[in-house]
Design a protein around this ligand. Structure first.
Ligand code: SF4
Length: 492
């Protein structure tokens, strides 16, 4: 029988098929994206920092390909009397686990610490830590406490070295982890037996994205049609999805009209897809747009939210705007473009805020898409108090285009979704993010962080700045195009 690492055990808990595919058909997995790799790397950096909570420890340095050597080193260090170990390895009952930090307690037992770069302890962390404790105790050490170390969002960075005792919070999850530990041997045996058999039959559903995005989505979802799969129904949950799949319904087009379990939003999405043509509430649209004041300033921010704060005065995961784009649309059709992208490695917000209040002038609606820009403006007002009054005045001019579209314009290609990435290609099919080097916000953030952290050379930095300007500029140009379309439809 195979020994399961704790990460494979966790994968098997999320979906048996994912674990089976990982071991038998790994070539089907999607490659790790740049954004995912960045998250992994940040997790490693956080793990190394957390070791400073328990100084003077000794590291088991072997990597994940050297499991047997790591077990040997751990056994030797324990025999030599080590009191604090980083990354020790244990194997018991079909489980192989590396513990982030293991600390000897005064009573001869051990305290186990699992480090997460999250801001709180999650349910999935409990099973993760429990399987480690199971391997540790099975190897002959008594565990006194089981803990999750995570980032504390109340910590304010003051510059220089991090104060790790304030940067991290520790949650004692001994009780919850111990409650799960008796289930570990049964779960391991079940997964081991499953791995010896054929590919398990598992229904797609919420498990494909929760608690973690699955690498095999491309393979498992390939039976669905490329256009209007039932999974694209707004806010679809497992009971509805599985009921439709059991009926053989793969496309939104094929959902029976009298299907009982649909909510109003889903019924509308199905109706517009089946109709095959857009539906516009022209009076409603005209009424909504009547609230616009010209000229219209279309605003979009790009942001970063590093887990480990970069600038004094900021907290873990604080969202920091580093770029914006503004397209100014006049009633006579003229369009101007203004933008700001902070270059350099200092806090972008003071210079960005000063430029923003100048670029947005003092009159005219400031359109945005979803509440995100409002949140960013509020954060900017707090971070740059000398601009707070002007930013508050900008907040008073905000006009959100998303509810106007959601309430008045339905397009079969958007299928009930109202995100700009769904709506733009539906209403303005020539306007696309597909050819951009940076085409989504997470990647924009990662590329900018590479510059700020000194990981990008001058050529990479220049290329990134160019790509960021193109990406953010398209976001607000898209709003110009959408508003033009909305105005045209409202007047027809
Ligand atoms: S895509 Fe979904 S069903 Fe397929 S292996 Fe992943 S979690 Fe399981």
């Amino acid at each position: 029988m195979r020994t399961l690492s704790k990460s494979r055990f966790q994968k098997g808990l999320q979906c048996e098929k994912a674990l089976w595919l990982l071991l038998h058909r790994p070539e089907l997995a999607a490659s790790t994206s740049e954004s995912q790799q960045w998250i992994f790397d940040q997790g490693s950096e956080t793990g190394r920092l957390a070791q400073r909570l328990f100084p003077g420890g000794v590291e088991v340095a072997e990597d994940h390909t050297q499991g047997d050597q790591a077990l040997e080193t751990t056994a030797r260090l324990l025999a030599e009397g080590a009191r604090v170990l980083y990354e020790p390895a244990f194997s018991f009952g079909g489980v192989f686990a590396r513990v982030d930090i293991l600390v000897a307690a005064d009573d001869g037992r051990w305290d186990l610490y699992e480090v997460k770069s999250s801001t709180r302890t999650k349910d999935v962390h409990v099973t993760d830590a429990a399987v480690q404790a199971y391997a540790v105790e099975g190897s002959g050490l008594a565990v006194r406490s089981i803990n999750i170390v995570h980032l504390d969002t109340t910590y304010v960075y003051t510059g220089g070295d991090y104060d790790v005792s304030a940067l991290f919070a520790i949650d004692d999850i001994t009780e919850a982890a111990r409650a799960f530990m008796p289930e570990v041997p049964t779960a391991v045996a079940r997964l081991q037996a499953m791995l010896e058999g054929p590919e398990p039959q598992v229904k797609i559903g919420e498990r494909c994205s929760s608690p973690y995005g699955c690498d095999f989505t491309g393979y498992c979802h390939a039976f669905l049609p490329g256009e209007h799969p039932v999974t694209a129904l707004p806010r679809i949950k497992d009971p509805l999805l599985h009921a439709l799949l059991d009926l053989g319904v793969l496309s939104i087009n094929d959902v029976p009209d009298d299907f009982a379990r649909l909510n109003a939003v889903q019924r509308e999405a199905i109706a517009v897809v089946k109709a095959g043509e857009p539906h516009v509430d022209r009076p409603g649209l005209a009424r909504s747009l009547g609230g616009l004041e010209w000229p219209v300033y279309h605003l979009d921010f790009e942001t970063i939210n590093p887990g480990l704060p970069i600038w004094p005065g900021t907290r873990p995961y604080e969202v920091i705007a580093f770029q914006y784009s503004v397209h100014i649309q006049h009633e006579d059709g003229r369009v101007e473009h203004r933008e700001y992208l902070h270059r350099g490695s200092d806090d972008p917000r003071p210079a960005l805020a000063r430029q923003l209040v100048a670029d947005l002038d003092t009159a005219g609606s400031v359109t945005h898409y979803t509440p995100y820009e409002r949140t960013q403006l509020r954060a900017l007002a707090r971070a740059v108090p000398e601009c707070a009054a002007e930013i508050e005045a900008i907040i008073d001019r905000l006009f959100d285009l998303e509810p106007v579209i959601r309430q008045n314009m339905r397009h079969p290609r958007a299928a009930g979704r109202s995100s700009i990435k769904a709506v733009l290609p539906a209403w303005c099919p020539d306007c696309s993010y597909a050819d951009l080097a940076i085409n989504e916000g997470q990647l924009a953030s990662v590329r900018y962080l590479r510059i700020v952290k000194g990981l990008a050379d001058a050529d990479e930095a220049e290329a990134t700045y160019r790509d960021l300007l193109e990406y953010c500029g398209l976001d607000t140009y898209a709003m110009v195009r959408l508003l033009n379309e909305m105005l045209r439809l409202s007047r027809e």
